[in-house]
Design a protein around this ligand. Structure first.
Ligand SMILES: [Fe+2]
Length: 401
């Protein structure tokens, strides 16, 4: 499979070029002949929320996504509403229960708004499932065909951490708007005059939070069951200060399009942010989704105008001489980043710009990252320590540390 073959229909439809994707998400060529579980790329991120009708509106009005398909009572689905939204190569499916006995409602009661399925596009569903089963994975849905007037999709699903699943989709014989059962639907929301065409182009990574002591087991799962490999930023040490301790390792599929950092809490003086997630999500789950943009400044400005709130970055982060030396030259003056609270991380391959939103739901669980890569294939580990150390230096200056 050449790199060009990995462009999904959705990406082609969005007019994304291979070179653009290479820069956006750090795509690499690889030999898939010995890959036991070849993955083309992301298919969809499926959410269960308390009110899909309003959440779908939120992703359109605040995140600039486009409504492309729908399933619900009017289309014969009496269980739930499902809205399919798109931005560039990213597809979200927002589900909310209608029937009181809907499993979506029960899921939402346990976890709050969250990701229930990180669906992946694969060229051969059966081959993946055979391998996964042989490696002891839990097969939640056996491979089967689903057909409508647009063609046939072959799907199956395996379990991953918590109540999260990976649906595997082969859609090469299908040209409908999403999956059989869904009808095409467009947004009734009018974009503001001069609004950018889209605010992000691709999904870069999805982070999973797992319990203390389980990170290595899930790294092993992705390696053994799904043929994922450890990425360069495969760090085993504690990446934070006493204030937000966590451990993180990163696995990726062969072409690096699908990247899964896996976090577990680390013992520290204060409660780990991962523990807080696990408590409020009632178990492991998807913590953040990194959305790749080629203009993070414009994206952040637009999101802020749309009411999205980001984590604050202290001025000391930008004014600290050690940090400035580490950051070096980037494509815009540091002051432009400081104005917006955008962070920079640099490694031997280049740099990246990133910023994190506050949690988007009622529980302190799932949130977004915006990321603009310039060569760096990292995840901003330098920022974690740097950001918190900058805060500590400030505290020290005030005599409070
Ligand atoms: Fe991230």
């Amino acid at each position: 499979m050449t790199l060009a073959d990995t462009l999904t229909n959705q990406e082609k439809l969005a007019g994304l070029q291979l070179e653009e994707l290479e820069q956006l998400v750090g795509l690499v060529a690889y030999d898939d002949t010995s890959d036991p579980f070849p993955v083309t790329g992301w298919d969809a991120v499926v959410w269960a929320v308390g009110n899909a009708t309003q959440t779908a509106h939120f992703f359109q009005s605040a995140f600039g996504m486009e409504l492309v398909a729908y399933s619900g009572p009017e289309t014969g689905n009496r269980d739930h509403h499902a809205y399919v939204l798109r931005s560039g190569g990213v597809r979200f499916v927002i589900k909310g229960g209608v029937a009181p006995e809907s499993e979506i409602i029960a899921h939402h009661a346990r976890h709050g708004d969250g990701v229930i399925d990180i669906a992946l596009e694969v060229p051969d569903v059966d081959r993946c499932i055979d391998h996964a089963r042989a490696q002891g994975a839990t097969v939640l849905e056996e491979p089967h065909d689903v057909t409508d007037e647009h063609g046939t999709v072959r799907v199956a699903a395996i379990a991953t951490y918590g109540e999260t699943r990976h649906t595997l989709v082969d859609r090469k014989s299908y040209d409908g708007p999403y999956l059989p059962g869904y009808v095409a639907r467009t947004s009734t929301l009018k974009k503001r005059e001069g609004a950018p065409k889209r605010l992000f182009q691709a999904l870069d990574h999805v982070v999973g939070n797992v319990e203390l002591g389980n990170m290595d087991a899930w790294v092993d799962f992705y390696g053994r069951v799904m043929g994922f490999t450890n990425m360069a930023e495969f760090i085993g040490d504690d990446i934070a200060t006493d204030y937000s301790a966590l451990m993180s390792k990163v696995v990726a599929n062969g072409n690096h399009r699908v990247k899964f950092p896996l976090n577990e809490p680390a013992i520290a003086k204060k409660k780990s942010q991962i523990d807080e997630y696990l408590e409020f999500y009632q178990g492991p789950g998807a913590q953040h989704l990194a959305l790749a943009t080629n203009d993070i400044l414009a994206t952040v400005d637009a999101l802020r105008d749309n009411g999205i709130e980001f984590l604050d970055t202290p001025d000391s982060y930008y004014e600290d001489p050690e940090l400035r030396a580490r950051i070096g030259e980037v494509r815009v003056p540091i002051e432009e980043l400081q104005k917006r609270g955008i962070l920079v991380d640099r490694d031997e391959d280049g740099y990246l710009l990133q910023i994190f939103t506050k949690p988007i739901g009622d529980r302190p669980t799932v949130f977004f990252e915006l990321i603009e890569r310039h060569g760096s294939l990292g995840f901003g580990k330098g920022n974690f320590k740097a950001l918190f150390e900058a805060i500590e230096r400030e505290q020290e200056r005030r005599g409070n540390f």
